[in-house]
Design a protein. Sequence first.
Length: 367
Amino acid sequence: MKVLLLAPCRGGALTPASRRTLGAARKLGPVSLLPVGEGWQQAGAAARHLAGIAAVLLPEPTTGEALPPEELAALVTTLAHSFSHILAPDTTLGQEVMARAAAICDRGAISGVTAILAADTFQRPAHAGRAWVTLRAREWPLFLTVRQTAFPEETPDPSGEEAPIIALGPVPRLGLSRRLELTPRHQEGRPPLEAASVVVGGGGGFIAGGNLEPVEALANCLGGAVAVTRAVVEAGLAPGDWQVGQTGRVIAPRLYVALGISGSFQHLAGIKEAGRIAAINHDPGAPILSAADWGLVADMYRAIPELIALLQVAADQGEVREANSCQERANASSEVASPSACREKAASTTSVRDASSAADDSPRAIT
Ligand SMILES: Cc1cc2nc3c(=O)[nH]c(=O)nc-3n(C[C@H](O)[C@H](O)[C@H](O)COP(=O)(O)OP(=O)(O)OC[C@H]3O[C@@H](n4cnc5c(N)ncnc54)[C@H](O)[C@@H]3O)c2cc1C
């Protein structure tokens, strides 16, 4: 088995999604890495030290950094015949490239793979995560996108071996589309949504107020990222790439705090792998409260400032000592509080309902 991995890069490094997809690719065989995107050369050179990399394939430098999906697909198809599996992260880019490349090669593509059962057999979620489907492929090469939350990030190879770099020829330029402008709507000063260990989600409860300021304030306090539901995106309060759920991103933070979110199964499909879920909703019948480990039945416009004040007191009193990568990246105006402090403080609020008295690590049932 030989595996080709299309590995998006950012800032001269593989993205977390690429590193996790590498974790999946390694299970299938030696991996030839095809880094693409911002800083792909630097990222490719650094990736030579990762375990499982057999070679790094570097596209010709003159082709520029932002190749559109159709040109990346054309590049992948020129290489595909040498590989048994072609993998990409299950991101928008990965899906766009793999679908095109598979179609050009007259093959199918399997998207959102969460488990590799055999070289030709894969598992993926179906029906918004309420069922698993097992698929066996019959034709080679196989084109797969991999759900990043299902696999661990790859680490440097302890053997210290360096994979060779293979320079590729010019990428086929199709000229079908050209990027006119890129206007990033990053969550400035916050960790990337998929990599954040704390994520604060805002829902339709904020639409009437016309902004997500309380959500952002709590996220800043916790050093977390902000997520939203589709209702919020459709109301124009947040960009589409903040959306979590069946048709949005799938995240796996240690703590997800759901504010003004009803808990539709489409939204829950994106947070199933969260370590713990805390929710504030004024409707005791909201489904999110059944899915949550901690539920607070309250008006969030009152509860959120109180929670932030408690967290700040805890930080000021030095009660909060835990530091994690999220907090280090948090914008920095002040000390920030940890998820554990959030939990402790939230639990001390009288109307909190603890739905996980056992507080174990078993997966929650979200139906
Ligand atoms: C094919 C398909 C795909 C979809 N994909 C997604 C997806 O990927 N992600 C997604 O999120 N949705 C998705 N949806 C939409 C989904 O069905 C729901 O409509 C959406 O998740 C609802 O968002 P919400 O819970 O934020 O809003 P609402 O349903 O409006 O809920 C708002 C909640 O806020 C609470 N609330 C209001 N005010 C307050 C207050 N002051 N204090 C406390 N609580 C308050 C309310 O009690 C309510 O529970 C999809 C739908 C379809 C059909």
